[in-house]
Design a protein around this ligand. Structure first.
Ligand SMILES: [Zn+2]
Length: 334
């Protein structure tokens, strides 16, 4: 069994394990999903796929799809809760803001510099998870990302949806993914379509994984860790995203405003959680989408007492604070 360490001293490993490892949901492929990814997905045009998704998701209630407060409510009632969360983020911040992007296609990749300008202009930085074996990767853009203080992460192998079909397939791809991690100086990984298996992911040479989420009913492997904080999962730090994906907002729910993002952000912030955002340059090429993202970033900049940094920086802090090898008797001094 994978060793999981929640960031709360008063929660035992056993108590947390069912939530954080998603034992209630056991994310994995159903037989129907396997058939779909193996044979059908490539035959169905993208617009038809989106229509099917819309139909499937129209029955999901808006708010219930993004907030599951079960774990947070239990933790909050504990007398040690506020004492514990106070040392989570640097400078005694109330919350942390981490921006991440998954880059799906070459068109999205080539659009990266435009978003770099936008985020840099607002004093923000982010990570860019690239697919190493799918599209042409312009080394000039990679250098630009790195030299401007942003981060590169790795987003799967070739994004064909089959990475988790079997442990054999996963293992065959591990050396290729590890060599991309090395090539691009990455320390983080996120699986395509947020498919996940934290035990298999231990084979990657990473400091953190970001394939989990706190709660998101719109994903093929639904469920969630219910945690709005990172946690230690085996050798790495898991950074669950906590804000709905742009694809869900723009395509599944047809929202052309940041209200849902802001609503979830307020809840995460109020509960001292980590605001971890996942967007795609591919969807931000659309001007309306870009203006929604810009408005949301401006809202985020206006939040008080929020630490902002790269995912690798938050992961390093979590390792420092919560790795078993460290003396946790006085975490405030760290
Ligand atoms: Zn993706």
């Amino acid at each position: 069994m994978l060793k999981v360490i929640p960031p709360f001293e008063f929660v035992s490993e056993n108590q947390a394990v069912e939530f954080l490892l998603e034992n209630y949901f056991s994310p994995h492929f159903s037989l129907k999903q396997k058939v779909y990814y193996k044979f059908l997905r490539k035959l169905i045009p993208i617009n038809v796929r989106q229509q099917i998704q819309e139909k499937t998701y129209s029955s999901i209630k808006y708010k219930e799809s993004f907030i599951d407060s079960e774990l947070v409510d239990v933790l909050k009632t504990h007398p040690e809760f506020e004492k514990s969360v106070k040392h989570f983020y640097p400078d005694g911040a109330r919350s942390a803001l981490v921006l991440t992007h998954d880059v799906e296609e070459e068109e999205g990749f080539n659009y990266i510099p435009k978003i770099l300008d936008l985020e840099e202009g607002l004093g923000l930085r982010s990570s860019w998870n690239i697919v190493p074996y799918k599209y042409k990767i312009d080394e000039g853009i990679i250098r630009e990302i790195q030299s401007r203080g942003f981060e590169i992460g790795i987003h799967g192998y070739n994004h064909d949806g089959k990475l988790y079909f079997s442990e054999k397939i996963f293992n065959e791809r591990v050396p290729y993914i590890n060599s991309a991690i090395k090539k691009y100086g990455a320390v983080g990984f996120r699986s395509p379509m947020v498919h996940r298996n934290l035990t298999w992911l231990q084979r990657l040479d990473v400091e953190y994984d970001a394939s989990c989420f706190d709660y998101d009913a719109f994903q093929p492997f639904s469920g969630g860790t219910k945690s709005i904080w990172p946690f230690i999962a085996g050798k790495f730090v898991e950074l669950p995203y906590t804000i709905p994906q742009d694809h869900t907002l723009f395509y599944s729910l047809k929202q052309i405003n940041p209200n849902l993002w802001i609503e979830k952000t307020k809840w995460v912030y109020d509960n001292f959680g980590t605001i971890l955002v996942l967007t795609h340059p591919d969807y931000l090429i659309n001007k309306e989408h870009l203006s929604v993202y810009t408005e949301y970033l401006q809202y985020l900049r206006g939040l008080d007492n929020v630490w902002h940094g790269l995912p690798r920086e938050l992961a390093a802090r979590w390792k420092m604070l919560f790795s078993p090898k460290n003396d946790l008797s006085n975490p405030k001094s760290l």
